[in-house]
Design a protein around this ligand. Structure first.
Ligand SMILES: Nc1ncnc2c1ncn2[C@@H]1O[C@H](COP(=O)(O)OP(=O)(O)OP(=O)(O)O)[C@@H](O)[C@H]1O
Ligand SMILES: [Mg+2]
Length: 311
């Protein structure tokens, strides 16, 4: 079993408005509702890749829709109920001027007691898991050391933890030495305290994290592919050339590909291929869609991996 934790789930509401105007009455021509939050997206991708997955995290009174969606997809979920409503993120697509506006809420107020309940829930469920994915932002009321604390606690059980977060949540998480992290270049730059651009700069910063005890640092670079650092080798994964329809959720599919490979004991090169193929499958589709297994099987054959000698 693979477990994903979504501490800050969201209902994503996409409004399609032609000629969207600020400060005016706008008419919505179509709207789409989606179950969002990074851990939930990772779970949908993992399910499509054929894995058993369980979703943990918080869920507010307005979140029944998300549980129904997961249920329909055959994804088990055991969320800790909280008193406050979860976020509703509004996305506005203007099809006339081709603009995309994202209005994201920060997240619900959660009490100390609710956080304790989530920690107990993670502790109980990970006994049935070999791999756990901690993904996404923390609600503002949750201590930035949350991921670090959870990693310390569950690592002792021999479970491999993948962390995909940003800012202080990632910084404190790294200190607890998860098995793997997947920052994008911007997130790694935050950790480094300077803007990283060139591959050698990214490798230098990533290697510091490897030397501190994280086993895999995969740095995604959007349309430029990714760099995967381990204590043995450094891999450069070329992007696969496809017709890009939307990049939302590419990182979550990449994380899912890695979790799939680690969980199924695939060799590192094979695991990298899964991650690259799954994320490419997502960018080929509009909106927040999960990868398709058919695409992944075809795209896997197209992944080119180079090995970079350590300088
Ligand atoms: N424009 C693109 N063309 C080809 N592949 C892409 C493109 N954008 C993203 N990808 C694929 O998706 C992977 C992850 O993308 P990215 O670096 O954008 O993740 P992210 O910033 O974490 O995204 P997210 O918003 O989901 O958190 C890349 O390493 C690459 O394999
Ligand atoms: Mg990301």
């Amino acid at each position: 079993m693979i477990t994903t934790v979504t501490i800050n789930p969201a209902i994503d509401r996409t409004l399609i408005i032609d000629d969207f105007k600020v400060g005016a009455v706008n008419r919505v021509s179509r709207s789409i509702i989606d179950a969002g939050g990074k851990g939930i997206n990772v779970a949908k991708n993992l399910k499509n890749l054929g894995n058993d997955v369980v979703c943990l995290g918080f869920m507010g009174p307005n979140g029944k829709y998300i549980e129904d969606v997961l249920n329909k997809l055959g994804i088990e979920s055991h969320f800790v109920p909280i008193e406050s409503d979860i976020r509703i993120n509004i996305k506005i697509i203007d099809e006339k001027y081709h603009t995309y506006t994202d209005i994201n809420e920060a997240g619900p107020d959660v009490s100390r007691d609710e956080v304790e309940k989530l920690i107990s829930s993670i502790n109980e469920h990970v006994d049935f898991s070999n791999v756990i994915v901690l993904s996404g932002s923390l609600p503002p009321s949750v201590d930035k050391r949350f991921y670090g604390y959870v990693i310390e606690k569950i690592k002792k059980k021999g479970i491999k933890v993948i962390l995909d977060a940003d800012g202080d949540a990632l910084k404190y998480g790294i200190e607890a030495k998860p098995y793997m992290i997947k920052p994008n270049v911007h997130e790694l730059s935050q950790i480094a305290g300077k803007k990283l651009e060139r591959k050698d700069e990214i490798i230098e910063e990533g290697m510091k994290i490897i030397e501190n005890g994280v086993s895999i640092v995969a740095v995604s670079m959007g349309g430029k592919g990714s760099l995967v650092l381990t204590d043995e080798k450094i891999y450069f994964v070329k992007p696969i050339k496809v017709d890009v329809k939307g990049t939302v959720g590419a990182g979550d599919a990449y994380v899912a590909g890695f979790a799939h490979g680690i969980y199924n004991n695939l060799a590192i090169e094979e695991t990298i291929k899964m991650a690259s193929a799954a994320s490419t499958s997502v960018v080929m589709r509009e909106g927040t869609k999960a990868c398709s297994l058919k695409d992944v099987n075809e795209l896997k054959e197209k992944v080119e991996i180079g090995i970079i000698e350590r300088g």
